[in-house]
Write a protein that binds this ligand. Structure first.
Ligand SMILES: Nc1ncnc2c1ncn2[C@@H]1O[C@H](COP(=O)(O)OP(=O)(O)OP(=O)(O)O)[C@@H](O)[C@H]1O
Ligand SMILES: [Mg+2]
Length: 268
């Protein structure tokens, strides 16, 4: 058995009167990826934010790599956030337009300093690992395509060798053909680095490709969780089944494209 990195138990998150996550429990072993699916508003990003401690939990436990996230001190949380990287959705707004790519990566290594020279070898190595060229470190984000920017964002998320990576809709802002390339890259990196990852998407086909385990969120509740093969071949919950009946194999399949009737008629 590999080590358990994440353990979430009975997590509740509320925004005022809205109960956005209810009694969410799951664990994640080192080197594995949990996919989180659910339609828009089901609480996926909130779960990610609760995990990194930027959204407060109302109840429950969140343990990551031995740290009690809900009761961590400020300095413990600061250290924790360097080891838990979030790869953002929008590669256009997530990179500073005034920094070179090299400075952005240097800033990730050494916040507040951004000195490129001492980290040059590591920066070049990471640019090459994500399919870019080392010489690109001197360029600015506006010189890059969306797919290239997302490669930079992935390099920035991984350059510190994090304990866990959270990828929240990292392909949804990209063209379909570029999405496939980014997923291919992520799959290669997963294999070579043994990443522990939470991969959030409302695209079921994409989640199937990169996940070991899947959590199905429906209105803030985990209605089903299990190994990816089981979720896709033998779903137990009506909601999961209704998602799959809408042709999960088609490229670009999205939960948001489902007719509402198919998700509002519980039979279980
Ligand atoms: N800061 C906040 N204050 C109040 N309500 C919020 C806040 N953030 C999220 N919510 C609400 O919580 C619910 C879950 O939002 P969340 O962003 O987690 O959904 P999601 O599954 O990530 O959706 P999407 O697929 O659109 O990204 C939504 O109803 C949303 O309106
Ligand atoms: Mg979201």
């Amino acid at each position: 058995m590999s080590k358990t990195v994440v353990n979430v138990a009975n997590l509740d998150v509320r925004f005022g009167a809205a109960h956005v996550l209810q009694d969410v429990s799951f664990s994640l072993s080192a080197g594995t990826t949990v996919g989180v699916v659910g339609e828009s508003g089901s609480g996926k990003s909130t779960l990610a934010k609760a995990l990194v401690g930027t959204v407060p939990a109302a109840a429950g436990e969140i343990w990551v790599d031995g740290l009690d996230v809900r009761h961590a001190t400020r300095s413990e949380l600061a250290r924790y956030r360097r080891r838990t990287q979030m790869i953002p959705q929008d590669p256009f707004s997530s990179l500073s337009p005034r920094r070179t790519i090299g400075q952005t990566l240097a800033e990730a290594i050494e916040p507040g300093r951004g000195r490129v020279r001492p980290h040059q070898d590591r920066i070049v190595d990471w640019l090459e690992r994500v399919g870019l060229e080392g010489a690109m470190m001197d360029r600015f984000p506006h010189e890059f395509s969306g797919g290239q920017r997302q490669r930079v964002a992935i390099a920035r998320g991984l350059i510190l060798n994090p304990t866990m990576v959270i990828a929240d809709e990292i392909t949804s802002a990209l063209d379909v053909s570029v999405q496939a390339q980014i997923l291919e890259l992520l799959a290669e990196i997963q294999d070579s680095l043994d990443l522990t990852m939470m991969f959030i998407s409302h695209n079921l086909a994409v989640v199937q490709r990169v996940s070991d385990e899947v959590l199905v969120l429906y209105r803030g509740v985990v209605v089903e969780r299990g190994p990816v093969e089981q979720i896709f071949t033998d779903p137990q919950h009506w909601y999961t089944r209704s998602l799959l009946e809408a042709d999960p194999g088609s490229p670009g399949f999205s939960l948001d494209a489902l007719p509402m009737a198919s998700v509002t008629t519980p039979t279980q």
